[in-house]
Design a binder for this molecule. Structure first.
Ligand code: SAM
Length: 220
C-alpha cells in the first residue's frame, strides 16, 4: 500500500499523463499510478545505484516493464525529449534540493505542464523558485503521516504574486487553515520564540540585532 503522502502526490497526476518521477527510489509512485489506470507511461529517475536497482526490481516484480522505464541519471537528465513527459513529480527531499534539480535543466521544464513537488522541509525555497521562473501554484496540501508533516505543491506555467507571509506559509494552505497547518506553524512559532529568547542573552552585535528583527517579524 502506498503511503498517504505519495497517495496525495498521485491525486494530482492528471489522467493519461506521461510522468517522470525523479528520485523515485522503489518506483512505488509510478507503479501505483499505472496499476490504478491513471497513467500508462512513466519514467523513474534515480541518481543512486542502490535505489535505482530497487526501482528496476520493483517494476519487474509488478510486471510493468512495458510501462515504466527506469533510468540512472542525475535529476531531470532522466528525461529524454522523445518521452513526451508532461508531468514531473519530485517527492521526499528537502525544498532546496528539489530547487537545485529544477534549476539544472530549464529546457525540460518548457515542455512540462505540471510539477508536483513534495518537499519534506523548506517549501519556501520552491515558492521563491516558482515566482522567479514563471510557475504558479495551482494547489497546495499539507498532511501528517507518522508524526511528520509534509507539504505538496502543484505548479503550472504562469505568474503569481505572493506576499512574504504567503511565501512562507503557502497561499492555499493559509486559506484552507487545516488542523495540520495550524499544528505545523504553532510549533514553528514556538521554536522561533525559543531561538529569540536565547538571543536575548547574546552579545548585542549588529548581526544578532538583525537576526532578532527578522525573527520578530516572522512571529508577529
Ligand atoms: N520519491 C520517493 C518518495 O517520496 O518516497 C523517494 C524519496 S527518497 C527519500 C529520495 C530519493 O531521491 C533517493 O532515493 C535519492 O537517491 C534520490 N535523489 C536525490 N537526489 C537526486 C537527483 N539529483 N536525481 C535523482 N534522484 C535523486
Amino acid at each position: 500500500k502506498l503511503s498517504k503522502r505519495l497517495e496525495a502526490v498521485a491525486s494530482f497526476v492528471p489522467s493519461g499523463a506521461v510522468v517522470a518521477d525523479i528520485g523515485s527510489d522503489h518506483a512505488y509512485l509510478p507503479c501505483y499510478l499505472v496499476h490504478k489506470g491513471i497513467i500508462k507511461k512513466a519514467i523513474a529517475g534515480e541518481v543512486v545505484k542502490g535505489p535505482y536497482e530497487s526501482a528496476v526490481k520493483q517494476v519487474k516484480a509488478e510486471g510493468l516493464t512495458d510501462n515504466i522505464t527506469v533510468r540512472l541519471a542525475d535529476g531531470l537528465k532522466a528525461i529524454q525529449e522523445a518521452d513526451g513527459v508532461d508531468t514531473i513529480t519530485i517527492a521526499g527531499m528537502g525544498g532546496p534540493l528539489i530547487v537545485s534539480i529544477l534549476e539544472k535543466a530549464p529546457e525540460v521544464l518548457k515542455t512540462a505542464t505540471r510539477l508536483i513537488l513534495q518537499p519534506n522541509i523548506h517549501a519556501k525555497a520552491i515558492r521563491e523558485w516558482a515566482i522567479a521562473n514563471h510557475w504558479a501554484i495551482l494547489d497546495e496540501v499539507i498532511l501528517k503521516e507518522d508524526e511528520k508533516i509534509y507539504e505538496i505543491l502543484v505548479l503550472q506555467h504562469g505568474d503569481m504574486e505572493l506576499t512574504e507571509q504567503e511565501i512562507y506559509l503557502g497561499k492555499h494552505s493559509m486559506a484552507k487553515k487545516t488542523d495540520v497547518f495550524i499544528e505545523k506553524w504553532s510549533k514553528e512559532v514556538q521554536n522561533l520564540k525559543r531561538v529569540l529568547s536565547s538571543l536575548e542573552h547574546a552579545e548585542a552585535t549588529p548581526e544578532i540585532a538583525q537576526k532578532k528583527t527578522e525573527l520578530l517579524h516572522l512571529i508577529s
